[in-house]
Structure formats: C-alpha cells, structure tokens
Design a protein around this ligand. Structure first.
Ligand code: BG6
Length: 479
C-alpha cells in the first residue's frame, strides 16, 4: 500500500461570500450572492433585485472572516494545514464589474490574507469566482449571457494575477462550473437573473440561454488559463467541477445508458472542454436534440484549445442513480436531484452518503484525463450541538471524513494521481443552497445562528483535533 505522497496538500476550504461578511465595507460592491435571503430546506431562499428592508441576507455579515482572518488563519496553522482554499470576491476588486481601475482596499485585504497564510507556510488555492459576480454586471448585461462579461472578467483576472503573482501558485477558475448544465444552476453561477425576483425553487433557465452563457464562461475560463500560462508560467491552473457519479438504478441496459447520458451532460460536458480543449463528441447531438444553437464565433475553438487546465479539481458530496423507472423516490442534491439509491444512507439534508462513490469518481476522472487531481470540497452539513462546556462532539463528521479520506487513499493505491484535499469547510459558514447557518460544515464552530444573531466566537470541534492527527500522520492511520 503506497498511500498519500509526502507533499500531499492537506487543506481546508471556504468561499468569500459564505464567510467574509462586510458586504459593503471598504468599497466592496454588491454581488449576486448578496441578493439571496436566508432560507431553509423547506422555505427556500429568495433572490431579490434590490435589498429589501424586512429580509435577512446572510452573506452581509457571513461569519465575519473579514475581521477575523488573522485568528482563523492562526487556527489553520495550529491545525497543521498545508493548503487553504478560499475565493476572491470579484466585487471587492471591481465593485460593479465595469470600473477602469481596481479598488485598492479590496486588493489590500487579500494581500493581508495571503501574507498571513505565507507567514505560516500554508499554500493558498484561490478560486477566482465562487458563486458570485458583480450585481452591476447583472444589471448591465444579464451576467454571463453577454460576451462582454468575458472582457470584464479578464480585467479582473489581469489585476489579481499581476498583484498576487508571487503569492499564489494554484488557481481555480469557476467554482462548480457544471452546475449551469442544470435548470436552476444559472441562478447562482451565471448571473442570469436580470429581471428575476423569486425563490431558488421557482427559478429555472431555458437550455438555450444557459448553454450559451456557459459557453461564454468556458471561454473566460480558457482565456484566464491562457493568460496565466503565457505570463506567469509558475501558476498551476485548475478547473472545478461538482462531480456527481450516476449509477444505473438496475442492471437493465436502458438504465446503464441513462446513467451514462446523465454523467455525460452533468460531469463530462464542461470538463472535456476544460481539460481536452473542445466540446465532447456527444455535445452536438445534445444540442440538436434540444434545439440549441450555440453561437460559436471564429476564434472561439482556438481559445478553448489554448486554455486547457493543468489539474482537475472537484467537489464531491454524493452519488445518484439514473434509470427509466418512474416511481422511484428522489434523492436531494445541490442543484440537481436523482433517484434514491436503496443501498445508501443520507445526511439530515437528504444528501446520499457514498465514500465509495468518491473512489469511483476519482478513478473515472483519472482514466479519462490522466492529469493530477485535487478534491477541493467534501464534507458533511449537519446540526451540531454546543455543549455547556463549549465542546462540540461531531463524531458523525469525523466518520464522514474518515470514510472519504480512506476512499481517496484507496484511489491513490489504484493509481490515481491525487495531489490534494481541502475539506468543506474550515469554519462554519452560510450554506449556499439554503442560506442556513445550522447546516454546519466546519471543523471550527462559529457562534452565528440562522437569524443572524451570535457573537462570532470560534470554538474547535472534535473533528478539528481528529483532522490534525490525520495531517500529522499523513493519512496513514485514520482512527
Ligand atoms: C458546493 C459549493 O456546491 O457545496 C459550496 O461549492 C457549498 O459553496 C457546498 O457551500 C455545500 O452546499 P450547501 O448548499 O450545503 O452549502
């Protein structure tokens, strides 16, 4: 058994809009993420066109990472983290997206975060855009539906690449870019919300509009990668896919084809573009079956070809089943649902728990692309109980992490080139899908509640101490 390499990047992850707060501080403009109210599993978040007085918007104060980053990064160093994944909030740098020059205070904030990480020898992994974009670009251009958005995004990339070129080596372009292949994904990923006010359940986007906007985002991703490769050869550029493996519900050949088709569109459609530099063979049929005509201009194909990534990154939370049966119960997921697998248990939020699915996914990805892989999100959203002595005994989270880390170790033994793991999440944060705080993911508990109350006090959970041990022994002993 070979196990994790010596320089394996043991890490943890967060995203700007889910932790920072300070949504209108030091020149920051409103982002799409700032327009989502709080919600729950049953009462969906509402996306509003302007800030409404009687509503609570959890990103506005997040868990106040903006003012606690020093304390948080110190705890990251005490945990022994080798890597830290976070995102830059585009609206701290370009408040409406269209300014000619960047907001210096925003740039300074990330300088300070990076300096702090550097002080403790922690490798940053930076997501350029994690589920947000300037609301100004929604107003002006309806988000990624416009090709012009690519230019504004490139202005942003030019500035941050130049500014942080000596501080950041690993970059991810767009978080979970494949969510936009689903009807609801564009709400959070593409800014296709110009005239929308309504719940996350009611939103849907037609396939023509979202696949065209996704084409623009794929071009932007490729251009960013090319810019990095041309000017900053020390950078390592990655994509980021919400990877969900689909199993056939039965061994009926129709079910096998259904699962294959589902994975083609959800998992491989975007990553073939980002890794191989062209749309996969099945895209044309998918477009024509759905009457979609992608406006691919001369030059677009070259851009995609020239902007292929150096490594593949994914989030992994669940697997699903697909098949032709109509009466099978549904299983919940992030932006997509699927058939419930009778062999699997689910989290309190209905996400199916399947560590073997991670091993299966890593093998599938590596077989297809043979480039290094990082798992940059994986974790359990659960209700945590704060004991009177301020302890949090989250054995369920430890079990979850243990089984998934074991699956990664097995996949390495299978021969997969896995170079890093950043669990979701480092600190408790606002849930992206429900806007709750009570769906907690962190290794560190934060006193912040669903209604916005709380002192922001940080407390280490049992999982923090367990993960520290795992990092110390490089994953050789997972007990
Ligand atoms: C991923 C996102 O989809 O899943 C994160 O990249 C998100 O931003 C995570 O927080 C967990 O999902 P949720 O909806 O439970 O927060």
């Amino acid at each position: 058994m070979s196990g994790f390499k010596k320089d394996f990047l043991w890490g943890s992850a967060i995203a700007a809009n889910q932790v920072e707060g300070a949504w209108n501080v030091d020149g920051k403009g409103p982002s799409t993420a700032d327009m989502f109210t709080s919600g729950s599993q049953k009462n969906p978040r509402i996306f509003t066109k302007s800030i409404e007085n009687n509503k609570y918007y959890p990103s506005h104060d997040g868990v106040d990472f903006y003012h606690h980053y020093k304390e948080d990064i110190k705890m990251a160093s005490e945990l022994g983290l080798k890597a830290f994944r976070f995102s830059i909030n585009w609206t701290r740098i370009f408040p409406t997206g269209i300014e000619d020059s960047p907001n210096e205070l925003g740039l300074k904030f990330y300088d300070s975060v990076l300096d702090e990480l550097n002080r403790f020898n922690i490798e940053p992994i930076v997501t350029i855009s994690h589920f947000e974009m300037p609301y100004g670009l929604v107003d002006k251009l309806n988000g990624w539906s416009s090709r012009k958005t690519i230019d504004y995004f490139m202005n942003y990339c030019q500035i941050i690449f130049k500014r942080y070129q000596h501080k950041v080596k690993y970059w991810l372009t767009f978080n979970e870019i494949n969510n936009s292949t689903t009807v609801s994904g564009p709400l959070i990923s593409l800014g296709l919300t110009k005239d929308y006010r309504g719940t996350v359940f009611d939103y849907s986007c037609d396939i023509q509009t979202r696949l065209q906007a996704l084409h623009h985002q794929l071009l932007a991703s490729a251009k960013a990668v090319k810019l990095a490769h041309d000017k900053y050869p020390q950078f390592k550029m990655g994509n980021m896919v919400a990877f969900i493996p689909y199993y056939p519900y039965t061994s009926a050949p129709e079910d096998i084809l259904a699962a294959n088709n589902q994975m083609n569109i959800l998992d491989w459609y975007v990553s073939d573009v980002q890794v191989r530099g062209l749309y996969p063979y099945f895209a044309k049929k998918y477009w024509s079956d759905n009457d979609v005509k992608i406006d691919i201009l001369p030059g677009d194909e070259d851009i995609l070809k020239q902007g292929t990534v150096d490594f593949y990154s994914l989030s992994y939370y669940m697997s699903m089943c697909a098949g032709l049966q109509k009466k099978v119960a549904k299983s919940a997921g992030n932006f997509i649902d699927g058939m419930k697998n009778p062999y699997l248990k689910s989290s309190e939020w209905g996400w199916q728990l399947d560590p073997d699915g991670l091993r299966y996914s890593l093998n599938q990805i590596y077989a297809r692309y043979q480039i290094p892989i990082m798992v940059v999100e994986n974790g359990l959203g659960a209700v945590d109980k704060l004991e009177a002595n301020e302890k949090i005994h989250d054995d369920y989270r430890i079990d979850y992490l243990r089984s998934h880390i074991k699956a990664m170790r097995d996949s390495i033994d299978d021969g997969v080139d896995l170079i890093g793991y950043t669990n979701w999440s480092f600190i408790d944060l606002v849930s992206a899908s429900t806007g709750e705080m009570s769906k907690r993911y962190g290794l560190i508990y934060i006193d912040k509640q669903d209604d916005g109350t709380g002192s922001f006090k940080r407390l280490r959970k049992d999982s923090y101490y367990w993960y520290k041990k795992i990092i110390d022994n490089n994953g050789s002993d997972l007990e």
